[in-house]
Design a protein. Structure first.
Length: 254
């Protein structure tokens, strides 16, 4: 099992790495990881003693902010793995994000059962039209249902739609508009759809998990709880990892 985890920024990558921390095997880049470079990206690989055979290889990537950067960096890592004869079995988009009240309060975890891009389309006289209504593209990727159920049970994560936006919501009107168009939305972030597009191009299943650091709506930095959300992300990966490591990605009935 080979797992690629893409976050936006190093702080999120570090929170994921902390779930694998081993003081006796700490790498130079982050707790529990060792830095390695492949064409186009720098990966942090879970560091383990030489005599330990892991159930999975975990590569962690801080791929940049926004769907374009996330898609490009994830695609580079996936292509490098494929060319090396070491393709990834699953891709995870991870990090912190905004939660839609009251469904996803501060500090909660949201696991996507649908990864949807919220602002890819066109404004029309009748309102926003997603790109699919224009006759091309896609707006949603769906992670494996049974895997989502198992991870949600292990982590206590809420399950629902996670929206990908290029501009973070900063007002009540925009938040209400998104909820009207996406009534199952629990969280918004900026990278999931880009990661999912790259994974789909390589035929790899994708997951997205977000720890809620702030409410979606009026921008109030004083109300954000980034440290708490990063800590929740670490705890989540400690519980998520064993589920993925026991999962058989080649069992199409799973």
């Amino acid at each position: 099992m080979r797992v690629l985890v893409t976050t936006a920024v190093p702080a999120e990558r570090g929170a994921v790495a902390a779930a694998f921390a081993d003081p006796a095997a700490a790498g130079p880049a982050a707790p529990g990881t060792a830095e390695r470079t492949v064409p186009g990206v720098v990966l942090h690989r879970r560091a383990l003693p030489a005599d330990h055979r892991p159930a999975a290889v975990w590569d962690l990537l801080a791929g940049g902010v926004g769907p374009a950067a996330a898609a490009a960096s994830t695609a580079a890592a996936l292509t490098a793995g494929a060319l090396a004869g070491e393709p990834y079995d699953v891709v995870v988009s991870a990090g912190i994000g905004g939660g839609f009240a009251p469904g996803a309060p501060l500090g909660s975890l949201v696991l996507a059962d649908a990864i949807t891009v919220a602002d890819l389309g066109a404004e029309t006289p009748d309102g926003f039209a997603p790109v699919t209504e224009l006759g091309f593209g896609t707006v949603t990727h769906r992670p494996p249902e049974s895997l989502v159920r198992e991870i949600a049970a292990a982590t206590g994560a809420l399950t629902g739609t996670v929206l990908t936006v290029s501009t973070v919501t900063g007002g009540a009107e925009r938040a209400a508009e998104l909820r009207l168009r996406h009534p199952r939305a629990l969280a918004e972030a900026m990278e999931g759809f880009g990661v999912a597009e790259a994974a789909a191009a390589h035929g790899a299943p994708v997951l997205e998990i977000r720890a809620v650091s702030n409410p979606v709506g009026p921008r109030d930095r004083a109300a954000w709880r980034i440290g708490d959300a990063l800590a929740a992300l670490t705890v989540a990966f400690g519980k998520l990892a064993p589920v993925l490591e026991s999962w058989n990605p080649h069992d199409r009935t799973h």
